[in-house]
Design a protein. Sequence first.
Length: 93
Amino acid sequence: MHASLGLELAREHRPSLILLDLQLPDIPGPEVLERLQRDPATREIPVVVISADATLGQIDRLRAAGAREFLTKPLDVQRFFKLLDDILGNGHG
């Protein structure tokens, strides 16, 4: 999927959660997060970043930019399901 389409769909449908990969073909993931945070229509949607680029600096920057959580690849499925339950089970946490 392209980030530009994802941004458009997020504005239109306002999902309960956005899973954001940092490696997108058209817009870098951190810029997508920034755009989501700037837009009043999407800024309240929790964003979980999923990436193999899991340096402490990268994680800290993305959390400071508004990411709710950072999950690494390969995905820890148990942690992923717990996170979904925490976010979606409690009305965005």
